[in-house]
Design a binder for this molecule. Structure first.
Ligand code: AMP
Length: 233
């Protein structure tokens, strides 16, 4: 199953991706994670991307597309993939369509996560991650315990807020989403791929809504059966 998740920062794409990985046995590809990794490793792409990321702007298409081409060429995407945070504008969406057409593997579905503005702000302001393993918590919706710590990393490294989660950068990222990313809804609706999910609810409820849509798609039902029997082996 080849799937794209579109949604504003804080709409829950990353959280839901973790559940979709488990349920369908396909990898998540997050361009935000790939870019943060490139910045951390100070690769040439990372060095070029950093300023745009710090400002809450989009990184140049050529950098992101290069990363996506490389990632989609790996073997683990053969059963499908979850694209999280890509595409982010029309040029990227068209490049993705062209790339997938050349390998005869078109998208199966695009899920658009709709969340009200005040709820997005609340979720982003509560987001914290472990400085060691990168695991993401939310002080409102998935609290890290008292005192706040990552229970996977025993020596309790501090939980940190992402640099681009500060208030003014978040406002900029939300504006970029409205201007450049949300219009992708029309592009994918015209292809009959778009499903809109009301993602204002809690994590479990949003998962249930996603599964209901996905498992009504014929090719997804069979993929669930395959990955469930693989897990039983
Ligand atoms: P995310 O983790 O998806 O919120 O992405 C964090 C930041 O990485 C964004 O604010 C952008 O600066 C950059 N970024 C992530 N994905 C893309 C993309 N597909 N195109 C351009 N920039 C991106």
């Amino acid at each position: 199953m080849r799937m794209v998740l579109v949604g504003a920062p804080g709409s829950g794409k990353g959280t839901q991706s973790q559940r979709l990985i488990e349920r369908y046995g396909i990898p998540q590809i997050s361009t935000g994670d790939l870019l943060r990794d490139a910045v951390a490793r100070a690769t040439p792409e990372g060095l070029r991307a950093k300023a745009a990321m710090d400002a809450g702007a989009l990184v140049a298409d050529e950098i992101v597309l290069g990363m996506i081409r490389e990632r989609l060429a790996k073997d683990d995407v053969a059963p499908g993939f979850i694209l999280d945070g890509f595409p982010r504008n029309l040029a990227q969406a068209q490049a993705l369509s062209a790339l997938l057409a050349t390998v005869g593997q078109p998208l199966d579905v695009v899920m658009l996560f709709e969340v009200d503005y005040p709820e997005l702000i609340r979720r982003i302001s509560g987001r914290r991650s472990c400085s060691r393993c990168g695991r993401v918590f939310n002080i409102y919706t998935s609290p890290p315990g008292t005192p706040p710590h990552c229970d996977r990393c025993n020596d309790e490294p501090p939980l940190v807020q992402r640099k681009d989660d500060d208030e003014s950068t978040v406002r900029q990222r939300l504006a970029v989403y409205e201007q450049q990313t949300r219009p992708l809804a029309d592009y994918y609706a015209a292809q009959g791929l778009l499903h809109v999910i009301d993602a204002n609810a809690g994590v479990d409820e949003v998962s249930a809504r996603l599964y209901a849509v996905l498992e009504a798609l014929p090719n997804v039902r069979s993929a669930v059966g395959r990955s469930a029997s693989k897990r039983r082996e």
